[in-house]
Each structure stands twice: as C-alpha cells, then as structure tokens.
Design a protein around this ligand. Sequence first.
Ligand code: NAG
Length: 464
Amino acid sequence: MDSHHKQSPVIVIMVPLPVQSHMNQLLRLSCLISSHNIPVHYAASTVHNRQVKLRADDIDPLDLERIHFHDMPLRPIVFPSPNPHSSTKFPTHLQPLIEAFPLFRRHFTVLLHGLLSPTAKRVVVIHDALMASVVQDSVSIPNAETYAFTASSAFSSLFDLWEAMGKPFQIAAEVVPSELPSVEDCLTFEFLNFILNQIEFLKFRTGDLINTSRSVEATYIDLLEKVPGNKRYWAVGPMNPVTICSKHGNSNNRDKCLSWLDKQAPKSVIYISFGTITSVTDEQINEIAISLEQCNTKFIWVLRNADKGDIFAEECRSAELPEGFEKRTECLGKIVRDWAPQLEILGHPSTGGFMSHCGWNSCLESLSMGVPIAAWPMHSDQPKNAVLISEVLRVGLIVKKWTHAQEIVESSHIKEAVRRLMASEEGDQMRKRAHAFRESFKQSLGNDGVSCTELESFVAHITR
Ligand SMILES: *[C@@H]1O[C@H](CO)[C@@H](O)[C@H](O)[C@H]1NC(C)=O
C-alpha cells in the first residue's frame, strides 16, 4: 500500500455494470471523488477496464492515473454477435455477461477483503444499481457501506419503480405524462426478472447516487426519495466539462469531424448517433440515407455496429449504405464508423441538433451543450427519456414513436423530423430551451451550484 492509503481513512470501490454508458459514468464519478484525495478503486473485468480507458479520451490522463484499476479475470465468454434484425432492440447479445455475475461476485469479494486495511475507517462501495447481487457480500464487513448508482434519468427510474411495485403511492396527475411506455415493453422478460432480483440485495444500501441534476429533475428526485425502501439520493450529475478544452486542441490529430465542423455554418449540422449497444437494420439505414440526401441538411452520422460483449473481438458486420451514397453526399456530411468525440461534436457551434436513441448519457451531453434532440428510442430507459425530453422538458421531438417500435421509419417521416428540428420556428424554440438548460447546468456546476453542493455533501457524508 502506498502512503496515500495510509493517510486516508476512507476508500471507495466502484463496481460498474460492464456496458459502455454505465462504465463511463462511474469512471467520471471516480475522477470526481478521487480529486478529493480519496483513493478510488475501479473493479471491472480486464477487457472492460481496457475498453473504458480507451474511450475516455477526453479525461485528463493525470486524473485517470489516480484511479486504481483492478482487472477481474473473466473466463472466456462466448458472446453472440449483435443481431440488427432481432425483434427487440434490447441488447440480448450481452446476456452472457449477466450470466457471469456469480463469477464477478467471487472476484469482488476477494478484492474487498484484500483492500480492507486496519487503517481504513470505512470502505465505501459504489455499485451500479444493477450490480447489487455482485456486491452482496459487503454486508458481512462491519465498516463497509454500499451506495447504488443509477445511470439513468430520475424520471425513468421513478416510473419504472412505481410501475414494478404496483404504484404503491400517489403521484400528482400533472406530473405523470399521458403516454408512458410500460417497463415490460422496454426490456426483455429475462432482464426484467434480473432487475427485480436485484431489489432484494438493495435492501442494505445506505443511499443512492444518480447522474442527474436537481436543476432539471428536482420533481422526480424528490418523488424517488419517497418510494418505500428508498433512502437519500445524491444527484451528482451532469458534471461534464461544459466548456471543453480538448487535449487534441489545435494539434494535428484533432478529430477529422471537428475540423469539418469548423467549416460549417453555426447550428447547421445535425449529429446522428444511436449509441453503443444497438444496431439498426440495413433497411432502416437506407431510409435514413434517403432522407439525408433529400433534406439537404449537413450531417455527421455515426454508423457503427453495436458493441459486442468484448469490443476487442473481431468485428462482424459493417452497415451497408445505399450504393454511391458517400460519394454523392461528400459535401453534405460525414459518416463516422468508429468512436466519435460526441461531447465535442455536440459542443461545437456548428452543431444544431442531435438525432439520438435517448440513452441518458446522450441526453445529458446534449442538454449540457444546449442541443435539442430528435428522439429515436430503442429500449430500456430510452422510451421514457424520450418522453422526458419531448413532453416534459420540451427540448426535442419524437422521430420514432415507441408504439411503432417494430416498424421502419420511412424517409419522408425522417425528413420532416429533421426539418422541424433544424429549420422551423418550433425547432428554434427547442434550441432556446436547450440553451437555457446549458446555462443552468453551468450554474449548477459553479461553486454554490446544486450539482456541486450535492457532490460535496456526498463526500462529506462518506468521510464523516
Ligand atoms: C453523468 O453523465 C454525463 C454524460 O455522459 C457525464 O459526462 C458525467 O460525467 C456523468 N456524471 C457522473 C457523476 O457520473
């Protein structure tokens, strides 16, 4: 143990759910906590640690160096390839990961005992809410405390929980949106069961952390605290750098997309990305392509296949664009086939809209950059996030209706959505509101801002 440990009466162990969007959030939280001179350990499988570090290219390397990564060996898991044609967009190809959780549990328990030191006053385990079964053995350690981290919006967590528990308390009618996607439609049966099984292991937690901001979701955070069995919530989001100082700066290896954006008119480009764990069918890609050619709007389109369980395993499919599309749209847009610097793209003055699956990371990044959203939800919390974005916060519109999840969205419809978002009075209003969120996020991150005080209060609580 280095001297750092000896001085610190508190250590923190992070246990992320091993999918990109969740790992990313806990990594960022790790940096924030370790900046308070608290040692932070990050426990994931060897491949997942490698993945999250590789993709954290906007995090200061010095911040990363302070995190103690623990590689948990994962016996080779055979992952099926993501299937873009499956009847559900839920990433069922990742199911083998969940089946490996008993193994994760054993590794975690060994790690926990290894990190216990007589000088540690308290061991704080911050685990993804979905990893509750993995950290269950913390209960047997007298000075350990667990906190569940929710990587989704307070809005979707609240209504999922409310529904799953059989609506155990009243929620004022004006707070409940008219059309709320039901939790069963958003997940597979297996996954819903898996979630329900976690509830038992959540009983012992001391509190909850959630990556959202009271400046956006105060109503729903307050309601979450009232759910029977729930405890104190610390809303520690969004916390991303609102003014980005890219390490690529003016150097030669600045991403091609960004230098292309430099040459475009303000707010003229639509950024399109459907996240890391779903893939879109060739048929649907074709419709998007046709609409882009027709509406003559500048675009950056991230066209990747879903992450496999092991992203370093060989790639299997490359999405097909219509013949000649890239040549014909050379002056109109850019296709990105690998990792895109999303936050920097959203923060670029030329970007005026985001067509998104409404994963919570994407929603937060878009709001904190003041960019309105054309919502195209796929699964899990996304359909509810789309309601939050369009109906509640009114910073976006719906491209793909959840009730039509099984259908292909036709090019004429996509074209109309792009026009409304990018070139209409209605779209301008959304952009204004999104911009106001950006401003309130900036404030919330200032010294006395809500996000900052929540984090300070959490740190004070664990070091009490
Ligand atoms: C919350 O999510 C945003 C968007 O991905 C991320 O930038 C931020 O660092 C996350 N915050 C925490 C505390 O995890």
